[in-house]
Design a protein around this ligand. Structure first.
Ligand code: NG6
Ligand code: CA
Length: 508
């Protein structure tokens, strides 16, 4: 009889476990969860410091991201490592300053994998701790080892540097190949219509943005005059792969569905998800549901679209009962740009919105707005709402997440600042080296020092001040957020101190 009763209880428990019913089982799951929270990094592309409601946006609403910020830590001194995409993503995932790698520049769609397969990465560190790891969205860190055949297994790529699952676009929305890649295989490819990609020359007889303006639904301003896909001229040439080509206006929904499916599939194990959204990078192609959602034209509309996606994604976490057990980090890979190569009204409809917030410069710039980005952490029940002025950088996530997971992984450049990320401490970094198109500058405390660089003061095509000058520049960001008052001449003591420490870190 006792045996029978036991069997019955066990069966009863087994049945209820799925419905969160059996106490003992749940307890062990709780203990496991306590030590192994899920981590989600939501990474936007070219979103500026001032582009969110909570950071002062005008003519555009971002209620879902604002909710995260208002319920978590909103950083005012949060940095990407670099003012462009590839290097920032490299710094985020490897915990190594991108300027240490000479190849960490904006990559074409045919570039080889930038991260060494032996290198430590956030997903690798998490895998070592028993996590399942996934990426959905923009990769832009190179694929393969040289010449890639897009019709075969494309590797090495994200799967070889720590991601168990990878559903990506290879480079950017404005670069070929304009297809999704599902764990190394082009999604939806018809073997009878193979893909060819070339960044140097066109395939015979294929129309281009340069020669076939009549075929365009979006006009190029600079660059972006090679192959035409969905009426949009791109960077680079591509032939074939018709059935695999993405639909630009559906991209946000497509990635969202993949991110939601990933969560649902892995809700019963600890997971790390890198959700790398394409907005508001060019070409800005809001789904028709979002056209006109902002006063700012397509650039504002796609930010509203991204915000909606994040709201839907949060709903999924909530519905799956994962909110209390998931740390969310939201940031952007670099600062804002208006005209980045297409005519899309970003300049014309700007109104009094300030994508760069109070800062000078923008994408590509060594001034603050190139790298100072929205930075938010959220963890329901674990993080108390606060605005933090602590100095932090995306490069610090590797060591800090390692600490959270009780892993001893650490890199020289990645500081362990878990308490800062959790809003329990304001003791951030002392100093930081920032980078923009291979140039570097040095922040220490409230001060920033930009050494002299050759090159134009303004990149005319995008109308952004790059930070180049023949003089040293020294600013006190506390009183001078907009970097208007160069103190290099009046404060030579500070300049020398900064220069010495900067040189020691840069090693030249
Ligand atoms: C630039 C492109 C720009 C954008 C950028 C990469 C031209 C003229 N400009 O070369 O449009 O694609 O690369 O942006 O082609 S990033 O956010 O991925 O770094
Ligand atoms: Ca970017």
């Amino acid at each position: 009889r006792i045996d029978k009763a036991l069997v019955f209880v066990t069966l009863f428990c087994a049945t209820l476990t799925g419905l969160n019913g059996c106490k003992n089982k749940n307890k062990s799951k709780e203990i496991q969860n306590e030590a192994k929270p899920n981590v989600v990094v939501i990474y936007l592309d070219d979103l500026g410091y001032g582009d969110l409601g909570v950071y002062g946006a005008k003519g555009l609403q971002t209620p879902n991201i604002d909710n995260l910020a208002n319920g978590g830590v909103r950083f005012t001194n949060g940095y990407a490592t670099s003012a462009t995409c590839t290097p920032s993503r490299y710094g985020l995932l490897t915990g190594v300053y991108p300027w240490r790698n000479k190849e960490a520049k904006i990559l074409p769609g045919t570039a080889p994998l930038l991260i060494g397969t032996e290198q430590m990465t956030i997903p690798k560190m998490m895998k070592e701790k028993g996590y399942h790891t996934g990426i959905v969205g923009k990769w832009h860190l190179g694929l393969g080892t040289g010449v890639v055949n897009w019709n075969e297994h494309v590797k090495p790529g994200p799967n070889e540097v720590g991601f168990d699952e990878a559903y990506i676009m290879a480079a950017t929305q404005d670069r070929v190949p304009t297809v999704y890649i599902d764990n190394g295989y082009v999604d939806g490819l018809d073997p009878n219509d193979p893909i060819e990609v070339n960044y140097d020359k066109n395939f015979e007889g294929q129309p281009t943005g340069k020669d076939n303006q009549e075929l365009l639904s979006m006009k190029w301003h600079h660059g972006h005059n090679s192959s035409i896909v969905n009426g949009i001229p791109r960077i680079g040439y591509m032939k074939g792969g018709e059935s695999a080509k993405w639909n630009d206006v559906d991209m946000a929904d497509h990635f969202l569905k993949k991110a939601q499916a990933y969560v649902k599939e892995h809700k019963n194990e600890a997971f790390f998800l890198y959700y790398a959204m394409q907005q508001p990078h060019v070409p800005r192609t809001p789904h028709p549901r979002f056209v006109g959602k902002s006063d700012l034209g397509p650039r504002g509309d796609v930010i509203a679209e991204a915000d909606w996606c994040i709201g839907e994604f949060m709903k999924t976490l909530e519905q799956e009962g994962l909110l209390e057990n998931t740390l969310i980090v939201l940031s952007s890979d670099n600062g804002p740009v208006l005209n980045d190569g297409y005519y899309d009204d970003a300049v014309e409809k700007l109104g009094d919105h300030k994508p760069n917030g109070p800062f000078r410069g923008g994408k590509y710039s060594l001034f603050e707005a190139g790298v100072r980005v929205p930075f938010i952490t959220y963890w329901k029940g674990k993080i108390q709402p606060v605005v933090s002025d602590a100095l932090i950088c995306q490069v610090d996530l590797l060591s800090s997440l390692a600490h959270l997971l009780e892993s001893d992984v650490k890199t020289k450049d990645s500081e362990q600042l878990l308490d800062v990320f959790l809003g329990k401490s304001e003791q951030g970094r002392e100093e930081l080296v920032i980078e923009a198109t291979t140039r570097t500058a040095f922040r220490k405390g409230d001060w920033i020092m930009i050494p002299p660089y050759e090159g134009p003061a303004v990149e005319e095509q995008v109308n952004i001040e790059l930070g180049n000058s023949s003089e040293y520049q020294l600013y006190n960001l506390k009183d001078d957020k907009g970097q208007q008052n160069n103190l290099a001449v009046s404060n030579p003591g500070k300049l020398n101190e900064m220069l010495e420490e900067f040189t020691a870190i840069r090693g030249n």
